[in-house]
Design a binder for this molecule. Structure first.
Ligand code: 15L
Length: 276
């Protein structure tokens, strides 16, 4: 059985993914935050990936890395810089030094969030990040490209929409990714024999989708879910949003300077980080 390291594994997406991949891989789970629940088959390695030594320690001896760790919304530059630029570089470089060839890099819809909603985009479009967070995801994709070309790594970048058991609003009807479809895409990233550097969209088979995800289908992705099943209820609850945000795929990220962080660091860790 392959050993797979998941960074940022205590977060929402990480928690869904661990549940879906349990039993398929030996999971090494890492986060800077404490874990609420651990499966007895999982090996926990607490780490701050902004520290290179920590990244080296956790990537040793694994077959693949799923690098979810980082700041997951638009936020202050120092937080994005440390978690998403320094942390991401550390994970790629530590994996290279440890001879780990496979990385699944969960990028984000916010790497292309400044495309308008009526635009159908594919994996070849020029990035149009909608935030500092989106820029950090474009940086991760560029790093993936460099490590594939220069060091023969095999990297699947998944521009994730929104992972949730059900879509939560109108925008998410277009970008929803069910947990089991997420797990399928990550498995493609770990297993596909011919991946070098690829970009796909992390979305289910949504009727209202705004992506041409043919690159994912070419690699064997067969999404099982469609947000349309939830559309009636979601639209009945929908409140009018910011008119500019409504124009763009990235939604609130195109106008906001700070999106509430769904998974803030525990207070003690935040204080320690500020002192460094
Ligand atoms: C993301 O990239 C974020 O990590 C997630 O928290 C959501 O905000 C998601 O995008 C989204 O666009 O819904």
């Amino acid at each position: 059985m392959k050993t797979v390291l998941i960074t940022g594994a205590a977060g929402d997406v990480g928690t869904h993914l661990r549940r879906e991949l349990a039993g398929r891989y030996a999971l090494r789970v890492s986060d800077i935050r404490p874990f609420e629940k651990i499966d007895k088959a999982e090996r926990v390695v607490r780490a701050d990936i902004a520290q290179f030594a920590a990244a080296l320690r956790i990537t040793k001896g694994v077959d693949a890395v799923v690098h979810l760790g980082g700041y997951s919304v638009e936020g202050p530059w120092p937080a994005i810089l440390s978690a998403n630029f320094v942390g991401c570089y550390n994970v790629f470089e530590a994996a290279r030094r440890n001879g780990v060839k496979r990385i699944v890099f969960p990028s984000s819809n916010h790497a292309t969030g400044f495309y308008r909603r009526e635009h159908l985009i594919d994996h070849r479009v020029y990035p149009r990040p909608d935030s500092r967070y989106g820029v950090s995801k474009v940086f991760g994709e560029a790093l993936a490209s460099l490590y594939a070309d220069k060091y023969d790594m095999q990297v699947l970048c998944i521009r994730i929409g929104n992972v949730n058991p059900a879509p939560i609003d109108k925008r998410r009807l277009s970008i929803w990714l069910s947990p089991r479809d997420l797990a399928q895409l990550v498995t493609v990233g770990i297993e596909h024999p011919d991946i070098r550097f690829e970009i796909v969209y992390g979305v289910s088979n949504n009727t209202r989708g705004w992506y041409d995800n043919s690159n994912a289908f070419r690699l064997g992705y067969e999404p099982r879910d469609d947000s349309e099943a939830f559309a009636k209820d979601v639209l009945a609850r929908e409140k009018p949003g910011d008119p500019t945000a409504e124009l763009y795929q990235g939604g609130a990220f195109v106008v906001a300077e700070d999106i509430p962080n769904p998974a803030p660091l525990p207070r003690k860790t935040r204080r320690k980080r500020r002192r460094r």
